[in-house]
Design a protein around this ligand. Structure first.
Ligand SMILES: [Zn+2]
Ligand SMILES: [Zn+2]
Length: 215
């Protein structure tokens, strides 16, 4: 029985910034305002868009067409054959049959969204073991979903990931212990001085000291 498929690396068509950059539009760290600011959105979404565009080109399908919507359905039906970026893009192009929101992004109570979303992670471990996905890429994937659908998460989780995302773009990876400490502080109602917390992290990233070379 040979159902095991080699997963292709994804999210690597676009060059990544090596520094934490600032957005020319909103002036915040680039990527922070994913939902509200087009350049912030593009800085993150571009990694996914590049892979999706390549698929459209290969299939000779025009973006925004009915064929594209159909392709998204096909991708989700044959889930195992596609890279994580392509699956994520397909999720954004399919409506949930139960709640009619973007699949995986509906209200917390929607079981179909919960199931569709939960299914995504089964494959990341495989992909990481095969070297087709780095831990940083997995974090980017998780971070994008949380930024896209923050209502599905606690404030602590949503804020922590939102703050990390502009840094993840450079290949940085937060320490699990730091993430847990921050989450606990937020949960207990403490205000976090984000600027102070990230000042040192950003300085290290910008000096090239925090790069995950396997990204
Ligand atoms: Zn911006
Ligand atoms: Zn739903």
């Amino acid at each position: 029985m040979d159902t095991f498929k080699q997963r292709q690396p994804a999210g690597r068509r676009m060059p990544r910034p090596s520094r934490v950059e600032h957005c020319t539009r909103c002036q915040a760290v680039l990527g922070l305002h994913y939902r509200e600011c087009p350049p912030c959105y593009d800085a993150i979404e571009g990694l996914w868009e590049a892979d999706w565009s390549a698929l459209l080109e290969r299939e000779q399908i025009v973006a925004g067409s009915e064929d594209e919507a159909l392709l998204a359905q096909v991708v989700l039906a044959e889930f195992d054959d596609h890279s994580w970026t392509v699956v994520d893009m397909a999720m954004g192009r399919v409506r949930c049959e139960e709640c009619n929101e973007e699949l995986g992004g509906g209200p917390v109570e929607c079981e179909s969204c919960k199931f569709a979303f939960g299914k995504l992670w089964w494959h990341d471990t495989d992909a990481m073991q095969q070297g087709a996905m780095t831990a940083n890429e997995h974090a980017l994937r998780v971070g994008r979903y949380i930024m896209r659908h923050p209502h599905r998460y606690s404030r602590a989780v949503a804020t922590g990931w939102r703050m990390n995302m502009p840094r993840l773009l450079t290949g940085w990876l937060p320490k699990g212990s730091d993430m847990r400490r921050t989450a606990n502080l937020l949960k207990d109602g403490y205000e976090i001085d984000w600027d102070a917390m990230y000042r040192e992290i950003d300085a290290n990233i910008n000096r090239g000291k925090e790069r995950d070379d396997t990204r």
